[in-house]
Design a protein around this ligand. Structure first.
Ligand code: ADP
Length: 456
């Protein structure tokens, strides 16, 4: 029966009893009956309402008071709503905890700011990066750089700035500001040290290439203009054309070296290994070096290592050629240049030693950097690109080897390509065991002389 019908039946029963009492007993009895029923009903209802009111002011986990009469179905329904709401709240609570735990594990710092730039919430990374503790404090109490204050004031959603945080020496962080709902903001802090280094390297590289290309282009343009505007005799014209040719060749070398370095560094080209006849290769490079030196230097070759090597022939040739060209360019006339191939400490070693100008010790650590030169003018005048040793180092890395060098200023330098044992192809006959490790290494000898040395 519905609540309404049941209430109607109860009222009808009370009225019927009252009417019966009026008819068969006396009117005062009927009046007492109605008054008693009304007072008892009002008391029971009030008592229930007091208990319900008390329940509503307590935490929700307390059970609802038992419903009386018409309240029973209402209380049952209310209890169901309360249970559902408690379940939903518990689910949301644990979801929120999971989100908090995940956000705390993020390496990026996250801070939510109110409209006055006070901290409302920060994850663990932000707390440790900026030393944030507690809430409701202005964010600029923790990030104190003046440019950050300006950045906040500009309040542009999506804007970024880079900072060096005092408790993160040597690292670069990017701050990103986003406007969120209401007037709140989300401040994200991300470590961009590697990105910043790459950016700096890229812009240095572009600046260097532009600088390297500008010089020959200026010279070519100058000579071409002179040839066009002046009426020169044959000898002068030939001299100018010769200069143009020389500068174009410098540019050509630069472009070739850049392309080679970029393909070596991209790693896109796999190492095309084969058995290289190193003896033949070094002999042919010696002939090439003799032609380049034009009798100005005394060149020699010692072959004490195995004949064959597992390597990319073009790359090994390019590495040795670079070292030989440098030796010729940085060794005054009459100097000695010796190439040696031998095995030491299981590594195969190809060294190019010269008695040239040498390299001051302070330049040694930076020698394999792109475009690094000890003497810019001298390198350019002799057609250098500043990329040779960077290329050699890269080639050695691709062969799991390394480039070692040592030098004494005014006395000469030794550059050595060290290749791992796995790349040495054992000689087919035992007789070839003559290629034994040398007893004394040039490295050790030169070091004893106080040479500056390095491996790259
Ligand atoms: P570059 O084209 O200028 O020679 P490299 O990368 O080959 O560039 O060499 C870097 C620098 O190292 C050179 O500019 C030069 O100063 C120095 N260098 C290289 N080889 C020698 C050497 N055999 N003797 C003296 N200095 C050398």
């Amino acid at each position: 029966m519905s609540l309404f019908l049941r209430s109607l039946a109860a009222i009808a029963l009370v009225v019927a009893i009252g009417a019966g009492l009026d008819l068969y007993v006396s009117q005062p009895f009927a009046i007492w009956w109605f008054a008693t029923v009304f007072v008892v009903y009002a008391l029971v209802q009030s008592l229930f309402l007091v208990r319900l009111h008390h329940w509503s002011s307590l935490p929700r986990i307390r059970p609802l008071p038992a419903g009386i009469g018409p309240w029973r179905p209402i209380v049952t329904r209310l209890a169901r709503f309360v249970r559902q709401e408690t379940d939903t709240r518990n689910e949301l609570g644990s979801e929120l905890e999971r989100i908090h735990a995940a956000v705390d594990r993020l390496p990026d710092g996250l801070v939510v700011l109110d409209r006055y730039d006070h901290v409302l919430w920060a994850n663990e990374a932000a707390e440790s990066l900026h030393g944030i503790f507690g809430t409701r404090r202005p964010i600029h109490h923790f990030i104190r750089q003046p440019e950050f204050v300006r950045f906040l004031e500009a309040n542009e959603s999506g804007s970024t700035m880079r900072v060096q945080l005092p408790n993160q020496p040597g690292r670069t962080h990017e701050l990103r500001l986003h406007r969120t709902q209401g007037d709140q903001k989300l401040l994200i802090t991300r470590d961009v040290t590697n990105q910043a280094k790459l950016d700096a390297m890229r812009s240095d590289f572009v600046a260097n290439v532009s600088h390297e290309i500008r010089t020959p282009i200026t010279v070519i343009a100058g000579f071409a203009e002179t040839l066009l505007t002046l009426d020169l005799d044959d000898a002068a014209r030939r001299e100018y054309l010769g200069s143009i040719l020389k500068q174009s060749q410098t540019m050509q070398r630069l472009v070739d070296d850049l392309l080679m370095l970029s393909s070596l560094e991209s790693g896109a080209d796999e190492l095309l290994e084969e058995q290289v006849d190193l003896h033949r290769l070094l002999e042919s490079l010696l002939d090439e070096a003799r032609a380049l030196s034009q009798g100005r230097h005394e060149l020699s070759l010692e072959l004490d290592g195995p004949r064959h090597l597992l390597a990319a022939p073009g790359e090994i040739e390019s590495a040795v050629r670079n070292l030989l060209t440098n030796a010729i360019r940085y060794t005054p006339d009459g100097g000695k240049i010796s190439i040696r191939w031998w095995v030491q400490d299981s590594d195969g070693r190809i060294s190019v030693r010269d008695t040239g100008i040498g390299i001051p010790a302070e330049h040694i650590p930076r020698l394999t950097e792109r475009f690094y030169r000890v003497d810019r003018g001298r390198s350019r005048a002799s057609g250098g690109t500043g990329l040779g040793l960077a290329i050699v180092k890269r080639i050695m890395h691709r062969h799991q080897g390394r480039l070692e060098f040592e030098s004494v200023l005014g006395k000469g330098s030794t550059f050595t390509l060290c290749l791992p044992e796995a790349r040495l192809v054992p000689p087919p006959r035992p007789a070839a065991a003559t290629a034994e490790p040398a007893s004394e290494s040039p490295t050790e000898q030169a070091t004893a002389d106080g040479a500056a040395q390095r491996s790259a």
